[in-house]
Ligand binder design. Structure first.
Ligand code: ZN
Length: 263
């Protein structure tokens, strides 16, 4: 069983009647329900409003793949008192998979993992989006037609301010003419990252069977069966006497002799 945690910002669902009508259990609830119909997956949900945003050390330790949807409250995600963003990035670097959906392109963990502005252009006009599979044998595209359409979506346009991805799995075309790289994969440390574009809150995107399949495929792709690396930031010294082959030590040795005299 792959253990999935769906993190929902859960703000639009509480404040907007249209969003609440489409997603009575929240977008996170709809996404988790779809994943739980897959026999190989078990999904739970947490939200921004939970203590520590639901992302405690214990919850992250029990999470193989984290899914993140955020939009209106990126700034409310704590990165000062409790280092939740550090905690999430450490988990990714240690091997946790993570999927960022739609407006999570501006989520703090995504921006930190990308090290780039992650900006884009956008238009909220309920226009048609056509997603083309650009990597036909990629596991994230398994079982999909060569293209599929979402009748009403928000437009995201290039240039998308992210580093060049490892793989581009989908490219979107929009009715207004723009295109966008809408399915991108990355490795950061031991962790696999998938960004998937669709999912504007006022449209029923997460009820779409193709979208649900992409997310489930993404979870299976991002899953890393190896044990989590406990401290992915460690940079251990390997002294001369522990070298695999005997070596003769030569100076100068900055870290042995120190620089105390120059302080
Ligand atoms: Zn949106």
């Amino acid at each position: 069983m792959i253990r999935v945690t769906v993190w929902g910002e859960n703000v639009h669902e509480q404040k907007n009647r249209i969003v609440a009508g489409i997603y009575p259990k929240g977008m996170h609830g709809t996404i988790a329900d779809a994943l739980n119909r897959d026999a190989g997956l078990t999904a739970t949900t947490v939200t921004l409003q939970d203590p520590e945003h639901g992302l405690t050390d214990a919850k992250l330790a029990d999470t193989d793949v984290l899914i993140w949807w955020g939009h209106a409250a990126h700034g409310d995600v704590q990165d000062a008192v409790v280092e939740i963003v550090d905690r999430v990035c450490d988990a990714v670097w240690g091997g946790m998979g993570i999927i960022f959906l739609h407006s999570a392109h501006f989520a703090k963990p995504f921006k930190r993992l990308m090290g780039a502005p992650c900006n884009l252009s956008w238009r909220e006009a309920g226009e048609r989006e056509r997603l083309w599979v650009t990597s036909r044998n990629h596991p994230i595209a398994a079982g999909l037609p060569d293209h599929f359409e979402l009748e009403t979506e928000e437009m995201y346009g290039e240039p998308f301010g992210v580093p060049d991805p490892m793989e581009t799995v989908f490219v979107s075309w929009f009715q207004g003419g723009e295109v966008f790289r809408s399915g991108l994969t990355y490795k950061r440390g031991a962790g696999s990252i998938f960004y998937f574009r669709p999912g504007h809150e006022t449209y029923p995107t997460y009820h779409d069977a193709n979208v649900q399949r992409v997310i489930a495929n993404g979870v299976k792709w991002a899953f890393n069966p190896a044990p989590r690396i406990a401290n992915p930031n460690a940079a251990p010294n390997r002294p001369v006497d522990q070298a695999l082959e005997p070596i003769v030590e030569r100076g100068p040795r900055l870290h042995h002799d120190g620089e105390e005299g120059f302080r």
